[in-house]
Design a protein around this ligand. Structure first.
Ligand SMILES: Nc1ncnc2c1ncn2[C@@H]1O[C@H](COP(=O)(O)OP(=O)(O)OP(=O)(O)O)[C@@H](O)[C@H]1O
Ligand SMILES: [Mg+2]
Length: 218
């Protein structure tokens, strides 16, 4: 039997052991469906009773456009050095180690403004599992190397290349780019990042096949 979404739900549910909070990472190339998978997992796990699972995307650690301009990296937004990787690793450390009697706030990413937003995501003391997701969880360069150690498991979300690119173009269009702009952005900017991420696949604990991705109306 190929792996199904329910198998992922069971596996995630079993991650917190003893009193310790667990952190599950979902890596994968741009547009592979990481955020959608995380949202569905968190919703399913929190379905009954008090919420005990939080969703903390890596996306909140995008550097702001003003800082990217200062660094001369605005046209490469989305590449590994356009994120605050050290800040992300430090937040994962806090989520893991801090005594859990306070809310820990994570930054969000505002898709319309395409800017990070501090204080957007509360992780309550009751969160026993944190699901975090993003492109670069398995990179072993610079501060990214500190991320992997703070995650209990990392899953790699994989999609056939044509479908991944199709969805990515559609999503850029949905957020205001014309078709031509979307195609150009995907091939110029997203593709090198996708190749970098694909090379980290071997470090994942689990490669999530298409059969296990949630059914989503498109
Ligand atoms: N299981 C699915 N079935 C059908 N469409 C999906 C599925 N998962 C994601 N999509 C669509 O594909 C697009 C990309 O999905 P999503 O935003 O979850 O990917 P991502 O890996 O988080 O991308 P990014 O790296 O850019 O954050 C979205 O428009 C979403 O609606
Ligand atoms: Mg995403």
């Amino acid at each position: 039997m190929p792996l199904a979404f329910d198998d992922l739900v069971h596996r995630a549910r079993a991650l917190p052991r003893g009193g310790r909070r667990a952190i599950l990472g979902i890596a994968g190339s741009p547009g592979a469906g990481k955020s959608t998978l995380a949202e569905h997992l968190v919703r399913e796990l929190n379905k009954s009773g008090e919420p005990w699972v939080a969703h903390v995307p890596m996306d909140g650690f995008h550097l702001a456009d003003t800082e990217l301009e200062r660094l001369g990296r605005r046209d490469r937004k989305g590449a590994p050095d356009t994120f605050d990787a050290a800040g992300y690793a430090a937040l994962l450390g806090r989520l893991r180690e801090e005594r859990h009697d306070d809310v820990v706030y994570a930054p969000g990413f505002e898709r319309v403004l395409e800017q990070p937003l501090a204080g957007a995501i509360p992780v309550p003391p009751s969160a026993r599992l944190v699901v975090t997701e993003g492109n670069y969880l398995l990179l072993d360069t610079d501060a990214w190397a500190r991320v992997r150690h703070r995650l209990d498991e990392v899953w790699f979300c994989e999609l056939p290349e044509r479908e991944r690119v199709r969805r990515l173009v559609a999503r850029h269009e949905q957020f205001g780019k014309s078709h031509t702009e979307a195609v150009a952005w995907v091939s110029r900017s997203d593709q090198p990042n996708a190749e970098l991420v694909a090379a980290t696949r071997g470090r994942a604990d689990l490669v999530v096949p298409e059969s296990a991705l949630p059914r989503v109306e498109t």
